[in-house]
Design a protein around this ligand. Structure first.
Ligand code: SF4
Length: 411
């Protein structure tokens, strides 16, 4: 690896492709920022001397996507060194076709391997919103999930380290920061703290009043009343809640090892009662082994009747090494696909209905690229003014043309 990036005009140019969760996104952002400080310049995969791929292995499909991606990058840029990082490598030992594979614990070694950059120009932002990993790993054991095996037990990033990273993000003028983790509500437990996430959020609010935070994902089973009340009342927290629900049939949730779903409805109605403008999303898995038509109907009715504003729907795909992969009563793919399509269709209608209800209101939104912003409640806003990416603005919402709101900046 000693001659990485030293042989052509592509030297000192790198590209980073992020796959999977927001935790990966946070790590990718850190890598980019560190490499840029070392003088490396962010470039497209076609122009880069080194291509980093921060991999995911949540499903078999993710694995297949990675292999396809490496083949495509090889064709597109045969000279580039391809380095695979993270979960895929943890799971399989290495990524076929990559020049180097580094598992999660060694991910940051890539910084030692890529030294002596020369680029002195203005640093380029990778994303318009800052991603900050505060927690890693998981102590739970959902039957479909490989993450506890590949990422290990829950570990919290200490407040001092979080502050260091936030200072970096502030230097880069980020105004919105997404706090990420595999299971955020476990934050602080390994440090012997109760209410660790709540304490962390309260500290961040004091230290960084200028930043608005978005919480990447919440597990309703661990959302205690104090934490919920803080999330619903703090102006520093965006009214945007992504709930890891997965299903609503008590039978399927038990098979998933995720309780019974009791209290899901009350939680969602409470959020909307206290913050009617909030975006409330959910992850759902359909086609889990044993899911009957009746189970799916329970889920569909639930999703239709509660005031969720968007869904992320996944078709179950068995992950080798998990208990769910061994379960009988597999659901044929065509049935899973049909159920996923039905639920996604419902999700789109609900998002549209929610978006229409915002017309005439004002919303704060972070500019994510030219002419487009992401609202505090997780809707896309198109606008005509020239506004810098990464900054937050108040928009008057004047219309809706699916899938975008139309807004005028109020400054
Ligand atoms: S909570 Fe369940 S699904 Fe989420 S990371 Fe932990 S084991 Fe996996």
């Amino acid at each position: 690896m000693s001659n990485i990036g030293k042989s052509s005009e592509k030297r000192f140019k790198f590209s980073l492709i992020n796959q999977g969760c927001r935790l990966n996104a946070a790590e990718s952002q850190r890598l980019i920022s560190s490499l840029q400080k070392k003088g490396w310049k962010l470039a497209s995969p076609g122009e880069a001397g080194v291509i980093l791929i921060n991999t995911c292995t949540v499903t078999h499909r993710a694995d297949a996507d990675l292999r396809k991606l490496i083949r495509r990058l090889r064709r597109q840029n045969p000279q580039a060194r391809i380095i695979a990082l993270g979960c895929y490598v943890d799971h399989y030992g290495k990524a076929e076709g990559a020049d180097l594979s580094l598992p999660n614990p060694q991910k940051m070694r890539v910084l030692e391997l890529l030294r002596n950059g020369e680029f002195k120009g203005k640093r380029k932002r990778w994303k318009s919103r800052g991603f900050l990993k505060v927690q890693e790993g998981c102590d739970l054991a959902c039957t479909y999930c490989i993450i506890p095996k590949v990422r290990g037990r829950s570990r919290s990033v200490p407040l001092g380290k979080i502050r260091e990273e936030l200072e970096e993000l502030l230097k880069e003028e980020y105004q919105e920061v997404i706090l990420t983790g595999i299971h955020l509500e476990s934050y602080g437990r390994d440090l012997g703290e109760k209410q660790g996430l709540l304490k962390l959020l309260r500290s961040l609010e004091i230290y960084y009043p200028e930043i608005r935070f978005r919480i990447s994902s919440l597990d309703p089973r661990f959302l205690n009343p104090e934490l919920l009340s803080y999330l619903l009342s703090s102006p520093h927290i965006m009214p945007s809640f992504h709930l890891s629900l997965q299903h609503r049939s008590a039978k399927i949730l038990r098979l998933m090892g995720r309780g019974s779903g009791e209290g899901f409805e009350e939680l969602i109605f409470k959020i909307k009662e206290e913050r009617p403008e909030a975006g409330v999303g959910a992850d759902f898995i359909v086609g889990f082994p044993g899911e009957t038509e009746e189970d799916f109907s329970i889920l569909y009715r639930f999703a239709r009747e509660v005031p969720l504003t968007y869904f992320h729907v996944f078709s179950f795909s068995p992950r080798k090494g998990t208990r769910a992969a061994e379960m009988r009563a597999k659901i044929p793919e065509r049935i899973s696909k049909k159920r996923a399509a039905l639920l996604r269709g419902l999700g789109r209608r609900k998002t549209e209905e929610f978006a229409r209800s915002m017309v005439g209101k004002t919303l704060e939104a972070t500019v994510i690229k030219e002419g487009e912003a992401l609202s505090e409640n997780y809707l896309r806003v198109k606008f005509d003014e020239k506004l810098p990416p990464g900054r937050r603005f108040i928009f008057k919402i004047i219309g809706f043309l699916s899938p975008y709101l139309r807004g005028i900046s109020q400054g």
